[in-house]
Design a protein around this ligand. Structure first.
Ligand code: 5RP
Length: 217
């Protein structure tokens, strides 16, 4: 199976989790795009979606799904999103697509986080994928120096702005042994908007496309 077929397969499996939900949260990325395509078939059962990025909002609206502001709801039943890495404890690295801040906010408000990945994203120890960190532009060099002190190699995502008008630093060579601790430490650096470690609010369900199967854990 190709990687796209694996993504399609988990996207299909995720549809089962949103059946019966009137308001759903929708993440960002190529895996989620397959999920959005499949939502078209069940859109009559969905009142509205909360989106994690401008790109996702456009895709949802294009197929006729109403997108509402997060402030309009107290809670979202299910949030479906991809990941760049996920470990056996359901902790994730996210933000390869730059939508980490809104993704973290939507995840925080959601009762159930369903993470959809192909098996290339499954790791025992996170950190091979460069850890994305969204920062306030004026803090970029300072945050980068702090990350060097922690043993990382920060690389500025050049000519890139997030939906929030901020910048992203991708940190290479971090061996993430204590994801929850590291998430707190990086969050505490002045100028950091969001670190792409989703360890404190991790996934509730991970669906992995592997061969012709979808593994759930
Ligand atoms: C975007 C994300 C995505 O979920 C992550 O990058 C995975 O994307 P893809 O499904 O394209 O591999 O966190 O900010």
């Amino acid at each position: 199976m190709t990687q796209d077929e694996l993504k399609q397969q988990v996207a299909k499996a995720a549809i089962e989790y949103v059946k019966g939900e009137s308001i759903i949260g929708v993440g960002t990325g190529s895996t989620v795009n397959f999920f959005i395509d499949l939502l078209e078939d069940i859109k009559g059962n969905i009142d509205a979606a909360v989106s994690s990025s401008i790109v996702t909002t456009k895709r949802l609206e294009k197929i006729g799904i109403r997108v509402i502001e997060l402030s309009e709801v107290d809670q979202i039943g299910v949030y479906v999103d991809g990941a760049d890495e996920v470990n056996p404890q359901k902790k994730m690295i996210k933000g390869g697509g730059g939508a980490l801040t809104r993704e973290k906010i939507v995840a925080a408000v959601s009762k159930k986080f369903v993470c959809i990945v192909d098996d290339s994203k499954c790791v025992d120890v996170m950190g091979k994928f460069p850890l994305p960190i969204e920062v306030i532009p004026m803090s970029r060099s300072y945050v980068a120096r702090e990350l060097v002190k922690m043993g990382g190699q920060p690389v500025w995502r050049e000519n890139y702005r997030t939906d929030n008008g901020c910048e992203i630093i991708d940190v290479h060579n971090l061996n993430i042994m204590e994801p929850m601790e590291l998430e707190k430490i990086i969050n505490n650096i002045a100028g950091v908007v969001t670190v792409g470690l989703f360890a404190l609010r991790d996934a509730d369900v991970v669906l992995v496309g592997k061969g012709t199967n979808v593994i759930t854990y």
